[in-house]
Design a binder for this molecule. Structure first.
Ligand SMILES: [Zn+2]
Length: 237
């Protein structure tokens, strides 16, 4: 083989190698750039939020996604707008007045039984809690209802799955840092047996991964847990 031919083969080889590695690189870029769209939300302005200023020293960098239930049965006829405004005004009251001295809602997102996502406290501020854990870095998502006594609705699961997929992308939250309130605080059953089951058996993360892969999550809530709850949460009108 002449030197010229050898050089030719080498160049051709390099070209092929160059092509392949370039297309792999492009695919990688495409993958990391494929963005999950933010789910539709009802903004704080849209529901008429009226917070107090939150002190600067309560700013944080979100690192965890922590999911809660309300722990109070959602009743037929309940209105999500009324519910969220009441939660905010109760929390803002002083402790002497029966409130919590919270400047704003304790959570960043709240999910209605029909799947509507309401925005609460601005995400750059840490949330609030009645239990014993360091809230710094936690994104608080509350799903309305009591999943110790009611079954979560498929729309709520669909919304919390899409919201979690988007939040984890937006804030670089690792899968190990996505969980329920009871994973970080020992003195609570929150987010309730009928939702926690999907966190515990890995189905929830599976659905989140489907959204990350650009697919629709194949959410099937299955049979009620042995021992309940069996009653489905009522939907707002
Ligand atoms: Zn909780």
């Amino acid at each position: 083989m002449s030197t010229k031919m050898m050089m030719g083969t080498l160049c051709f080889g390099l070209m092929l190698w160059g092509c392949t590695s370039q297309s792999v690189a492009e695919e990688d870029v495409a993958k990391t750039q494929s963005t999950i769209e933010k789910p539709v939300t009802i903004t704080a302005e849209q529901w008429g939020s009226d917070p107090l200023p939150i002190p600067e020293d309560r700013k944080h960098t979100p690192k965890f996604i922590t999911i809660h239930h309300a722990g109070v049965d959602w009743k037929a006829g309940n209105d999500p707008y009324e519910k969220i405004r009441n939660l905010q005004s109760w929390g803002k009251k002083t402790v002497e007045d029966g409130g919590k001295d919270w400047p704003d809602l304790p959570y960043h997102f709240l999910i209605s039984p029909d799947g509507r996502i309401f925005e609460g406290r601005p995400i750059e501020y840490e949330p609030e809690t009645n239990t014993n854990y360091d809230v710094h870095g936690h994104i608080g998502v509350q799903i309305w209802g009591n999943f110790q006594s009611q079954r979560i609705s498929p729309s709520q699961v669909d919304s919390v799955v899409h919201l979690t997929a988007w939040l984890s992308q937006e804030y670089g939250v690792e899968d190990a840092s996505i969980g329920g309130h009871r994973d970080v605080a020992k003195d609570t059953s929150c987010p309730g047996a009928d939702f926690y089951r999907y966190l515990e058996d890995g189905q929830f993360l599976g659905w989140v991964n489907q959204v990350r892969d650009g697919e629709s999550p194949t959410i099937d809530l299955g049979e009620p847990l042995e021992g309940g709850p069996t009653e489905m949460i009522p939907l707002p009108e």
